[in-house]
Ligand binder design. Structure first.
Ligand SMILES: *Cc1c(COP(=O)(O)O)cnc(C)c1O
Length: 243
């Protein structure tokens, strides 16, 4: 294709376009292998640690959903990129005193891992003055019980958490989210997540989303029913180290 001569080549945009194409192909292949329609799978591009300029490039390449895991960084980027009309997915661990603030810019809060967050999310959802409720996912821990460090509600607590989210008209329970456990094969964990998701859906028929799968394991997640994959490094490259 000819490029207008007065437009400088943006190597970063070319790199992002190629990576994005590769990820779309992986999603399509995984959907085909699972007998699913790729159109039912939403790509959330995780832009954490990367600058506003990359978010703009991605938007130009057709990306509509972006994910961030740290409130301050997410708030600043969402404000700077407000003109792009993107949907911001908050995917990080959330302090209860930040929940209301996150609800003001996020379109989806994927990391609701305890009932204590619900009051703040409800307040923030009202404060943003939108007619639409705030989409929320219950984050499920797929780690061994007692494993240190990673967030998510234990599977046995997820129905209670889902009920707490669902009782607020300002919040819309959409389903579940999880991160595969470190150092173990992802497939059994995603199978477990699918069971938890089915339990939530039985109680809340509209809660059909399963957000699972990242750069390393999106194929296994799609095989086990993921409706949303959250992909960072396979598109943006290795994350800069931030202390
Ligand atoms: C960073 C992050 C991702 C993306 O991880 P990659 O391996 O870079 O694709 C997905 N989900 C969550 C919760 C994250 O924090």
């Amino acid at each position: 294709m000819d490029r207008p001569v007065d437009r400088p080549v943006d190597r970063r945009s070319e790199e992002l376009a190629a990576n994005l194409e590769g990820v779309h192909r992986r999603i399509a292949d995984a959907a085909t292998a699972a007998g699913r329609d790729a159109g039912e799978i939403t790509l959330v591009v995780v832009t954490k640690y990367f600058p506003e300029s990359d978010v703009r490039r991605l938007a130009e390449l057709g990306v509509r959903h972006v994910g961030e895991n740290r409130h301050q960084e997410a708030a600043a980027k969402a404000e700077a990129c407000a003109d792009l009309g993107l949907t911001w997915h908050f995917i990080g661990s959330l302090q209860s005193n930040k929940a209301a603030a996150v609800a003001r810019y996020a379109g989806v809060v994927e990391s609701v891992d305890r009932a204590k967050l619900v009051a703040g999310l409800d307040r923030g959802s009202h404060e943003r003055g939108s007619e639409e409720p705030l989409d929320c996912l219950a984050q499920v821990s797929l780690d061994e019980p007692g494993a240190p460090g990673r967030s998510g509600a234990p599977p046995g607590d997820v129905l209670d958490l889902a009920a707490r989210i669902a009782e607020h008209p300002s919040l819309r329970l959409r389903g579940v989210m999880a991160v595969a456990p470190l150092g173990r094969p992802p497939a059994p964990a995603f199978e477990r997540l699918a069971e938890v998701a089915a339990g939530v859906r039985a109680a809340h028929p509209a809660a059909t989303w399963i957000s699972a799968g990242m750069s390393q394991d999106l194929e296994e997640a799609i095989e086990h029913g993921a409706t949303h994959v959250r992909v960072g490094s396979a598109i943006l490259g290795p994350r800069p180290v931030i202390k």
